[in-house]
Design a protein around this ligand. Structure first.
Ligand code: ZN
Length: 239
């Protein structure tokens, strides 16, 4: 079984009618519902909970953490952000959605500003440019999103391991919308679509990509920090 925790700041859905209409129970519960199956168990966590619901115990029992945040990045405690970073380095998968590009844990792991251009209410055509990648499995070559927020280059991230999706917007901008990174033993996927006032996560192809990302990001090794041993030579007679 893959154990997933879906984290959401859960602020817009309580304060904006359009967000509540798309996700009445919150984005975290919506994502949890479409992810659950015979191989994936899901719990949720959100900002208002003690330690934002991300205690050591919860993260120890999490194979893949999904993160949605936007309005309240600065309310996430530094201690919790560093805890997430450490768990990723030790092998926990991390799927960062939409405006999570500016979240504390993602910026800690990237080491850059993660700034980008943006404009709400545009149309996006999301192209797969890496169809052999497991995250693209069973997903159409392109996905039309009638309403999505434009995120445009330059996106200030380190060079990704792989770029799987490229977004094109009606305004003419392009964006590296689906990128993978490795940090320590942890696998990271950043995925751009998912503005809170548009029903993007209702789209079956978008759901498939997030589910594929969970399967891909699940730890490949048993979890634990990379050690720093004094290592004896394998060659006989050498110290
Ligand atoms: Zn947005």
């Amino acid at each position: 079984m893959i154990r997933v925790t879906v984290w959401n700041e859960f602020v817009h859905e309580k304060t904006r009618k359009e967000a509540a209409e798309c996700y009445p129970e919150g984005i975290h519960n919506y994502i949890a519902d479409f992810l659950k199956d015979e191989n994936i168990v899901v719990r949720t966590a959100y900002l208002e909970q003690p330690e934002h619901g991300l205690t050591e115990e919860v993260l120890n029992e999490t194979d893949v953490l999904i993160w949605w945040g936007h309005k309240a990045h600065d309310q996430v405690k530094n201690e919790v952000a560093a805890r997430v970073q450490n768990h990723v380095l030790a092998g926990m998968g991390f799927v960062v959605l939409h405006s999570g590009h500016h979240s504390k844990p993602f910026k800690l792991l990237m080491g850059t500003t993660c700034n980008l251009k943006w404009r709400d209410n545009d149309r996006e055509r999301l192209w797969c440019i890496n169809p052999t990648h497991p995250i693209a499995k069973g997903v159409p070559e392109y996905i039309e999103l009638e309403n999505e927020e434009m995120y445009g280059e330059q996106f200030d991230i380190p060079k990704p391991d792989d770029i799987i999706y490229l977004g094109w917007f009606r305004g003419g901008e392009v964006f590296r919308s689906g990128c993978t990174f490795t940090r320590g033993n942890g696998k990271i996927f950043y995925f751009q679509p998912g503005h809170e006032t548009h029903p993007t996560y209702h789209n079956p192809a978008i759901q498939q990509i997030i589910k594929n990302a969970v399967l891909w990001a699940a730890p490949a090794l048993s979890r634990g920090k990379i050690p720093v041993p004094n290592f004896k030579s394998l060659e006989a007679g050498r110290a």
